[in-house]
Design a binder for this molecule. Structure first.
Ligand SMILES: C[S@@+](CC[C@H](N)C(=O)[O-])C[C@H]1O[C@@H](n2cnc3c(N)ncnc32)[C@H](O)[C@@H]1O
Ligand code: SF4
Ligand code: SF4
Length: 342
């Protein structure tokens, strides 16, 4: 989990903060959706249809929210957060308002230059989560951004070489990218980066084309088995817990019956400062009125954040995962694979 800004002795500090927040039933992770605007054209998410005029209602500062909750993790997301020219200011203000908060940024990276990445890193982003669902031209097509895949594969090694110590791919497992899952892991390892997987949901815009549920469950199980085997061979590249990965086939087979705990360990704050339990539920009111959420009988997604919140605390395996991902200052690349080009 941790970027090169941190050392192994920080791990117990973060774990203590985690325990302190859980004991007080306070959110561990705040997702700041700093804008819902987006300049991509994804076929599986409709945030890009947000009108440009929405910019006028976006909060100019999220630090009061961070101060009130003092979370262990903050994620800047959207929409496309790099559209905000003041993103560095937002990050800096949040950093200054909370101690021991690990700051992540999720981006499609279409507009991310090395200079912008450096300035965001300097402002306090600990980890860049760059969305990457395919290593070939399908990614460009899926996002409606020509040249995106090559751009990402060119940028990530340069970010690592420049000393940016936390880079991960955010990869959505879809019906049509099972052939890409292990290659993306190898690519990440070769670049000194990591990968965090999540499962596709049709909730964003009703597009069912990518649902894993339409596949032979054995094909999903086979990929999950490969990921678990990879984790056993080499820790620190795949950052999902074993629990989350193990549950994916069960979810796909429709056997998951546990209520969803979203809105307690993880909450979403929209661009106007309204709180919601998860990215696909409507806002419930201003963040100041947040009082937690009751578990809900919903099974519409198996996002990593839902699955990880559901995980029993298998402390030793999670500590092993976290320790293994304390990133070295300089990439320790896997000696495999040239960069795959479409
Ligand atoms: C909503 S996006 C916002 C950040 C940025 N625009 C991006 O795409 O990286 C956050 C994450 O959700 C993922 N995502 C988008 N649509 C999804 C879907 N239908 N199911 C699962 N994950 C999805 C994206 O790939 C991305 O990693
Ligand atoms: S997934 Fe990200 S890049 Fe695609 S439309 Fe949604 S917000 Fe934009
Ligand atoms: S399962 Fe949970 S996180 Fe997923 S859509 Fe339903 S309430 Fe939201």
């Amino acid at each position: 989990m941790l970027s090169s800004r941190y050392r192994p002795y920080h791990v117990p500090i973060f774990l203590a903060k985690y325990a302190w927040l859980r004991l007080r039933r306070r959110p561990v992770l705040l997702n700041f959706e700093v804008t819902m605007r987006c300049n991509a054209r994804c076929g599986f998410c409709n945030y890009w249809q947000t009108p440009a005029s929405a910019k006028a209602q976006e909060l100019a500062d999220f630090s009061a929210i961070a101060r009130r909750f003092s979370p262990m993790l903050v994620t800047f997301t959207g929409g496309e957060p790099t559209l905000r020219r003041d993103l560095e200011d937002l990050v800096r203000a949040v950093r200054q308002s909370v101690r021991y908060t690990y700051v992540q940024l999720i981006t499609h990276a279409g507009m991310l230059s090395l200079e912008r990445a450096q300035s965001l890193w300097d402002a306090g982003v600990d980890q860049f989560n760059i969305s990457l669902d395919y290593l070939d031209g399908r990614h460009d097509e899926a996002r409606g951004i020509p040249g995106l895949t090559n751009k990402i594969l060119d940028l990530v090694p340069r970010m690592r070489a420049a000393g940016i110590g936390g880079v991960k791919f955010n990869t959505v497992i879809k019906r049509d990218n099972l052939d890409q899952i292990l290659p993306i892991v190898h690519q990440a390892a070769a670049m000194g980066a990591g990968v965090n997987f999540s499962v596709y949901t049709a909730l964003k815009n009703g597009n069912r084309d990518h649902l894993l549920q339409d596949l032979d469950p054995a094909a999903v199980q086979a990929v999950v088995d490969e990921l678990l085997a990879y984790k056993r061979r080499r820790a620190g590249v795949i950052t999902n817990s074993d629990y989350y990965l193990e549950q994916i086939p069960r979810y796909v087979r429709g056997e998951m019956t546990e209520p969803c705990e979203s809105g307690n360990t993880t909450i979403h704050i929209d661009p106007q400062g309204q709180v919601r339990r998860c990215p696909d539920f409507p806002a419930d009111g201003p963040w100041e009125q947040y009082k937690g959420y009751a578990p809900i009988d919903c099974n519409d997604c198996f996002y990593a954040c839902r699955g990880e919140a559901q995980a029993p605390l298998r402390v030793m395996s999670r500590i092993r995962d976290v320790m293994a991902t304390v990133q070295p200052e300089v990439a320790r690349p896997e000696r495999i694979l040239p960069v795959v080009r479409p």
